[in-house]
Design a binder for this molecule. Structure first.
Ligand SMILES: [Zn+2]
Length: 255
């Protein structure tokens, strides 16, 4: 069994097709999918999808690229949504220095506040970083206690970042379909990430793995990424799938 911990299924062009997307996912061995929201509107859409489909779970949160119009009071709105029984995380949250560096203070503020909310609600965090991993790790270290746990989704930090994260008990990392590309930039990090600290994700609809690169990504393609990771790390694909599945269950479904 496989869990896709990161699929943005709330986009309209996916929702119109969702029955067949989920059918193909189930046929490919996917048992559960987590939808991470990026703002309040997509958090509501995520809840609605979770209500309708058994295999879907959600994360509510404000993405660093979507907080320009967000107010500190909006954290209260998020908090209300966390009482829904299928909300399994706060996310995605974090820092992004790639798209816009003009409001970093605001990014840091929401990152910290949402980590506090996660600790309060005993939920893991789903972390997005782009050109900002070292700063994110520093901020997490300030907020860190035994209640804080989470996932570095689509990890793209360097080896120093990786080693710092591995010291934080309860934190996991995951890699996306770009791991199947010839020019995959984060190979060293992937090779040095122990399978015991790894999760599985697609980042649907982005980062489609080979052999479907160029098309819209979907959860059923996750198997290609896992197969490639097993190959790169020179381990048995079944062992990888089973270990990673257990990690996903442990972090998000507290077994
Ligand atoms: Zn995402």
């Amino acid at each position: 069994m496989i869990i896709d911990t990161h699929a943005h299924l709330f986009y309209e062009d996916i929702v119109k097709d969702i029955d067949s997307v989920l059918e193909r996912a189930a046929e490919s061995g996917i048992s559960r999918i987590i939808i991470p929201a990026v703002d309040y509107k997509t958090s509501i859409r995520t809840l609605k999808l979770c209500d309708k489909y058994e295999m879907l779970y959600g994360a509510v949160g404000f993405h660093p690229c979507d907080i320009k119009e967000t107010n500190p009071d909006d954290i209260k709105l998020l908090e209300e949504l966390t009482s829904h029984h299928k909300i399994v995380a706060i996310g995605e949250i974090g820092l992004d220095y790639y798209w816009d560096k003009t409001y970093i203070d605001k990014q840091v503020f929401f990152f910290k506040e949402q980590m506090e909310l996660a600790k309060d609600k005993n939920l893991p965090v789903i972390i997005h970083t782009r050109n900002s991993t070292s700063d994110a790790v520093e901020i997490i270290k300030q907020s860190y206690n035994e209640k804080l746990k989470g996932q570095f989704h689509c990890f793209s930090g360097n080896e120093t970042d990786l080693n710092e994260i591995l010291k934080l008990y309860g934190f996991y990392l995951s890699y996306c379909g770009n791991a199947t590309y010839k020019k995959f930039g984060d190979l060293n990090s992937l090779l040095n990430t122990p399978v015991e600290r790894m999760l599985s994700e697609t980042d649907t609809p982005y980062l489609t793995p080979e052999p479907h690169r160029g098309r819209k990504n979907e959860p059923s393609y996750l198997k290609y990424t896992l197969k490639k990771i097993a190959e790169l790390k020179n381990i048995d694909n079944n062992v990888l799938e089973e270990t990673v599945y257990n990690n996903c269950m442990k972090l998000f479904f507290t077994i």
